[in-house]
Design a protein around this ligand. Structure first.
Ligand code: ZN
Length: 325
């Protein structure tokens, strides 16, 4: 049984877009500063190595690049979260998708000297064209499938309210088919990213779904940091049998209202909880999974994938596992 801890480094500008509020002026972003540092410190306390999904454009800032470089030097995996975090990436043209993938990969390679082998789609949304492009570029795994019913319904409701208020969000709602995606790693069908393929009708890339709990409850950082422990234990029922528990955080999970702009703080309710408290809750949740092996997602893909037709091997992190201590 494997477990992975990953973090999506979505800069705060993306949250402004999700909430339909004016974007902040470009500058130093606490996600690529304090959040990256706190993620590295969290992993160090737990004695594990994690995976950080970076948005290539944000690595243009020297301070952001230095923070991510330090993370990579600490043995953590740095993976691709696209170049600009376009929520509609999955519906773009093949040329636009290829440019987003390569822009993100090039930025990461410039910072870490290692090309990424893993990808997570902005907004968790996949399409056949996006998976085809990832396969063409030799990615070993994708980790975007998120079959979380409460998250899906909540996102639909928020987008509906914003549309009624004439403040449309730039996010897009995935197809309901995502809710039927497998909860265990799988090689997708070329025509349906959310269905398990069977050889020869299966892509070589391995899909590593983000773990959901009871009734599709999203067991991700935002909720782990804010939901009481007894409720989390109940909502985690059934996850102990999964071959991979993929625990996902976002950079904002490691920040609080004192780290962000006054316009964003009241709209993102989890920012009201002090970062110290959220980190303690996440750490406690991770320690409850201590009986499993902890690996980066690249290592998980190597261990769980068949590798059929895929000659690109994970790089950047040595093989091996650690348990939280
Ligand atoms: Zn993201």
């Amino acid at each position: 049984m494997l477990t992975s801890l990953s973090i999506d480094l979505d800069a705060l500008e993306h949250y402004h877009r999700v909430h339909g509020i004016p974007e902040p002026s470009p500058g130093e972003d606490p996600v690529y500063g304090k959040a990256v540092e706190r993620f590295g410190e969290l992993c160090a306390r737990l004695g594990i190595r994690g995976t950080a999904f970076c948005v290539g454009r944000n690595l243009d800032h020297p301070r952001a690049a230095a923070a991510v470089r330090r993370l990579a030097e600490g043995g953590h995996e740095v993976a691709n979260h696209s170049f600009s975090h376009d929520y509609a990436l999955s519906s773009r043209s093949p040329a636009e998708i290829a440019a987003e993938l390569r822009g993100g990969a090039d930025a990461i390679a410039r910072v870490t000297s290692q090309p990424p082998v893993g990808f997570r789609a902005p907004g968790y949304t996949l399409s056949p064209a996006l998976l085809r492009a990832l396969t063409t570029d030799g990615y070993r795994y994708d980790s975007s499938a998120f079959p979380a019913l409460p998250y899906y319904l909540g996102k639909a409701a928020v987008m509906g309210v914003l549309a009624l208020m004439r403040q449309p969000s730039r996010a897009i709602l995935d197809r309901p088919r995502v809710l039927l995606a497998p909860r265990t790693p799988y090689h997708p069908r070329p025509d349906e990213p959310y269905a398990r393929g069977t050889p020869p009708d299966a892509l070589p890339i391995l899909e590593l779904p983000i773990t959901t709990g009871l009734l599709g409850f999203p067991l991700i950082g935002t909720f782990i940091a804010t939901v009481p422990g007894w409720a989390l234990r109940a909502l985690s029922l059934g996850t102990s049998r999964l071959p991979l528990f993929s625990l996902e955080l976002h950079g904002v999970d490691l920040l609080d209202a004192s780290d962000v702009s006054p316009a964003l703080a009241p709209r993102q309710r989890d920012l009201a909880v002090p970062a110290v408290k959220k980190l303690a809750r996440i750490e406690a949740f991770v320690r409850r999974l201590a009986d499993r092996e902890w690996v980066t997602l690249a290592e998980a893909a190597e261990r769980l994938g068949t590798g059929d037709g895929d000659d690109r091997r994970p790089t950047g992190t040595p093989a091996g596992t650690r348990r939280p201590c």
